[in-house]
Design a protein around this ligand. Structure first.
Ligand SMILES: Nc1ncnc2c1ncn2[C@@H]1O[C@H](COP(=O)(O)OP(=O)(O)O)[C@@H](O)[C@H]1O
Ligand SMILES: [Mg+2]
Length: 267
């Protein structure tokens, strides 16, 4: 899915009455199938931009175009709505792993009328996705029986289940240990390259952004804005061992410098 942020601005009203300019003016075109990361210090408007993209928050100015259509001109089917993976897995504790993944298929009046063959298909698709993210053996377990990393894999399967052409991620791996995070980086690269969705990935981890992305958008706070747009032309698949390559290091450095300049300006 093609994504365009067209002159997006967002101010929040605060209790003191003074508005906070969370996002000042963002123009951003993300072509179909690309993997784009948004990096920046906390408070620079990353989550706000993602929430606007998801339709959770309305922008104060500007608009979002999805495949050329204004976001609000009816994404009628759930398949056209963006899917999201957050920092916390947010699984429902009383449902099994499989039925967390099929949750959206189970919602709404259409679900009640669904004939048995379709329900079997839904179940098979959930199981295939759980296999894909490496927790196929846990479909009948409950979330509390899984580690944090495994729960996050389930959250990824739940997002993939929607078949959305646009996947959004808000710091999905930041609560995980190093080893789990590395293996999820590998999985996500593999899944993205086979499924072909557009990915908008928020992180404050520069290495992670370089490893995963085609482009890294660097943001600065007060007000939240884009200060650099850096292409990552490293060959894929990208392995963690290659993080020590000079080309990788150069990109990390460029992003770090852009972040520092943005912070100096904001100060
Ligand atoms: N609901 C809200 N009400 C008031 N201010 C908010 C709200 N959400 C975010 N902000 C403010 O907007 C700015 C950007 O926040 P956010 O998008 O969460 O940044 P990030 O995800 O980059 O950390 C911050 O200054 C934050 O305090
Ligand atoms: Mg955030």
């Amino acid at each position: 899915m093609d994504v365009i942020f067209d002159a997006i601005g967002k101010s929040y009203q605060t209790r003191s009455g003074r508005p906070v300019r969370a996002v000042a003016h963002v123009d951003l075109a993300i072509p179909h199938g690309t993997f784009v990361s948004l990096v920046g210090p906390s408070g620079c408007g990353k989550t706000t931009l993602l929430d606007i993209l998801l339709g959770v928050t309305a922008p104060t100015t500007g608009r979002v175009l999805l495949d050329g259509r204004d976001q609000h001109d009816g994404a009628e089917t759930s398949a056209e709505r963006p899917a999201v993976v957050l920092q916390a897995p947010t699984l429902l504790p009383w449902r099994t792993v499989r039925s967390n993944v099929t949750l959206l298929a189970a919602c709404g009046p259409a679900a009640m009328r669904r004939p048995r063959p379709v329900r079997n298909e839904v179940r098979a698709r959930a199981d295939a996705l759980l296999d894909l993210v490496g927790v196929g053996d846990f479909a009948d377990r409950y979330p509390s029986e899984l580690s944090g990393g495994m729960q996050q894999r389930v959250a990824i399967a739940r997002a993939l289940f929607t078949r959305s052409p646009l996947m959004c991620f808000d710091e999905p791996f930041s609560a995980l240990d190093e080893f789990t995070r590395e293996s999820l980086h590998d999985e996500l690269q593999r899944i993205w390259s086979t499924e072909g969705f557009t990915a908008v990935f928020v992180t404050h981890n520069i290495q992670e952004a370089v490893l995963l992305s085609d482009r890294v958008i660097v943001m600065a706070p007060r007000p939240g804005r884009v200060v650099a747009d850096i292409s990552i032309d490293l060959p894929r698949p990208r392995l963690h061992e290659r993080m020590t390559d000079p080309a990788f290091g150069d990109l990390v450095l460029r992003i770090r410098e852009a972040l520092r300049e943005g912070l100096v300006e904001a100060a």
